[in-house]
Design a protein around this ligand. Sequence first.
Ligand code: ASP
Length: 406
Amino acid sequence: MSSRWFAPALLAAALLGWLSATLWPDLSWLHAVTAVLQNTFLAALRMIIVPLIFFSLLSGVLQLRASNSMGRLGGVTLAYYLTTSAIAIGIALVVVLFIHPWTDQPPLTEIPTVDVKLIDTESAGAIDLIGNLLGSMFVNPFTAMAETNILGVLTAALLLGLAAALSLPADSKWPAMLNEITGVIYKLAGWVLMTLPIGLFAITHQLTDRLEFGTMVALGQFAGVVFGATLFHGLIVLPLLAWLLCGMPPWKLLSAISQPLLTAFVTSSSAATLPLSLQTAEKKLGVEREKAAFVLPLGATINMDGTALFESVAVIFLAYMFSVPIDGGAIVVIFLVTMLASAGAPGIPSGSLAGLQVVLIAVGIPLEAIGLLLLIERPLDTFRTAVNVEGDLIGSLVAQRFTRND
Ligand code: ASP
């Protein structure tokens, strides 16, 4: 997706949606047309989500085979990716526990009905919750896909990937083939996301009569919390981790990786930044080429700290705005599902919208809620993509450090 015109187009679309709804509130045909556009856009997002997540994760796991030293390198890389994603989500959840200024504003008054809910978190105790989770995970993969049971789809992709990684012969064509299929689905996702300006116009038009001043203030407060937490993770937690684990001081690290960070910031795409990340890891961080070639593409696919953090705060914010109760069980679900959903999000501008749907569905928030986020999502994408790329680059450094004797 070429990005030069994209941000202005989104801004213009949102303005147009707002203006048209404010100037002609009684134009019923325009209201009907924007309703159709909004529903089609959301349906298209829903259409790509299952194949996107399934193939992206499956081929991500299969990339684990790509390295000769798969065992150690794969283990270190996965452990690092899982830990840092968990830390990012943990930061988000702890931050919103204490800082949630938007609750001073009233939630939206008109609440759309909820159609799908992945797990019934209101069913009481922890054992019931775990039972529900397991019940959603281990289902026929085709049923899971047909019913958009994302937890089932993620489980199937992970298990299938693992089985394939362990059983396929070394010269198997499958990993390359799956990689190509994933590329095709990314292309499709890119097309859908290219229609974002149209979707945004329609959704803003539809939302305008529900958007009060308080809602705009709440959105600004949400953006502020995401911004602060993302900077905390990117400027303090990750550099500190690199310092502790690899002995590289934060100022040296940040200056060494400044170019890919800037590129990620400008393009909002970790996939587009990948070539520069590979070069930087080798030339500036001293990571061996084969190791970088394994860790970084895998990271651009499955390791997205900024995205995980954004999705966690977003789902809590939207739950409040759409009056969906969030209890302890729902927090556990948010933690687990965000972990997997951020792994399945493509590294393209606004790629996290696909993953976000999964988390929304998981706790029973209507998908229309995404419309509200679209108004503020673009500027936040710049920072979270930079943090996504930073996490991958530090991952390559950690992998280099802990597999030195391979
Ligand atoms: N733009 C992000 C990336 O490419 C994905 C996202 O939307 O969070 O890493």
